[in-house]
Structures are given as structure tokens and as C-alpha cells.
Design a binder for this molecule. Structure first.
Ligand SMILES: [Zn+2]
Length: 226
């Protein structure tokens, strides 16, 4: 076995994701897009873009309605209020549009044990951020996974905040151990058009490395489903 890659993208840069979709398809790379600012910031044209991504074999998951910081929200409000405000409107709308929406990603990668327990009733898998390389290696059946950033641009940080080399090394580690390397980016753009972006050439270097290692691409829900 050669391990696998779970490539995820967060937030709502639908245009750049649609632009990058042919590149992903040509490379036989499937991704999971965690959509935020949904449904209010996604109009009919936006929904068509989501349909396009789903039809290309990618998974669409939920990344909250307003992208509020979960822990800050919960310092004032209850978990039930979080679900009513940040989760359920997005899930209902997505499922109403025929999107199964079985995966969740935490805004700011911030969560609490109580929130994780409640969201486990709604989603088959949840994603946060890996604090160590080992934490970014998932196994089939996992329902809580942690991603390693692949963004090459992050607002307020030096250019090329992520060298690609350690990410390629993580892929080798996953391939050797037959594990699933979980990665996350945001916008796919040659420069910082929003707060976080991965340069297309860096993304391609990662995808090509995975292919060279014989790794397959799995979506987030496919990890949970073993
Ligand atoms: Zn986000």
C-alpha cells in the first residue's frame, strides 16, 4: 500500500477552485472543499460552481455560516446557539440542494470537546489543524482528522510561509506508513488575493509527488467510511 492524500480547501473562493478544477481532474486528484459564508454569500451562480465541483468528483463539506471563531462564540453563547447560527442553516441548505454535506471543518481550526461531540451527530468526519507532522497522518475510520497547511501565502507572514519540501516529506512519511496525509489550503492563486492562498505551482508539486509515490486521493468522508 502506498498511502493516500486528503487534499482539503477552506472558505469560499469558488472562482479560483473552479479555475483549478481542470488541473485537479487532469492529475486525477480529488479534493474536499469546506464551504464557509454559506448560504448567504453563495448566489445561484455560486451554487452552479458548487455543482460543478461536485460533478468533478470532489466533496463539499461545511465550514460554518459566518466563520465565527467557535471558542469565542461559545464564551458568550451555548453550543445549541452555535448549531442554530453557524451549522444548521448551512447543512440544511446544502442538503436541500442535493449536496450530502457529511464533513465539517472548524473555522480557525478551533473547537471544544463538547462541540466535537455534538457535531459528530451531524457529520461523519471533522477536520482541524495538525500541530505536529504525525498528527496530519490519518487512518481509515478516523472521524476527527487534522490537516497540515499548504498555503504559500498567509497575510501578515513572510512570503512563501510554507516551503513545499516539508510537505513533500510528509507525503513520503504517509506513503511509507500507509497512512493518509491530510492537507489544507484556501484560495488557489499565484499571489495573496485573500488572507490565505496556495500557489498553483506549489499545489502541482504536491500532487505530482503524491502521484510519483503511487498515492491515491481520498475525500474527507471517505476516510471516515474506511
Ligand atoms: Zn476558514
Amino acid at each position: 500500500m502506498a498511502g493516500a492524500v486528503c487534499l482539503t480547501f477552506d472558505d469560499c473562493t469558488l472562482d479560483s477552485w473552479v479555475d483549478a478544477a481542470p488541473l485537479l481532474t487532469l492529475s486525477r486528484a480529488r479534493a474536499t472543499f469546506f464551504i464557509s459564508y454559506f448560504p448567504h454569500a453563495v448566489d445561484g451562480a455560486g451554487l452552479s460552481k458548487l455543482d460543478f465541483l461536485a460533478a468533478a468528483g470532489h466533496e463539499l463539506g461545511c465550514h460554518s455560516v459566518n466563520h465565527f471563531h467557535p471558542q469565542r462564540f461559545l464564551s458568550v453563547f451555548t453550543v445549541d446557539e452555535y448549531l442554530r447560527t453557524e451549522v444548521l442553516p448551512a447543512v440544511r441548505t446544502m442538503r436541500g440542494c442535493g449536496i450530502s454535506c457529511t464533513s465539517w471543518c472548524y473555522p480557525f481550526n478551533a473547537s471544544t470537546p463538547e462541540l466535537q461531540a455534538r457535531l459528530a451527530e451531524l457529520f461523519v468526519i471533522q477536520r482541524g489543524r495538525a500541530e505536529t507532522p504525525e498528527q496530519a497522518l490519518a487512518a481509515p475510520g478516523d472521524r476527527l482528522i487534522f490537516g497540515r497547511s499548504i498555503d504559500t501565502y498567509v497575510a501578515g507572514q513572510p512570503d512563501r510561509v510554507n516551503d513545499v519540501a516539508p510537505i513533500l516529506a510528509l507525503l513520503e512519511q504517509a506513503a511509507d506508513a500507509d497512512r493518509i496525509a491530510v492537507l489544507y489550503g484556501h484560495d488557489i492563486a499565484p499571489a495573496a488575493t485573500i488572507a490565505h492562498a496556495v500557489a498553483p505551482q506549489a499545489l502541482m508539486a504536491i500532487i505530482n509527488k503524491a502521484r510519483d509515490l503511487g498515492m491515491s486521493f481520498v475525500t474527507a468522508s471517505e476516510i471516515a467510511n474506511g
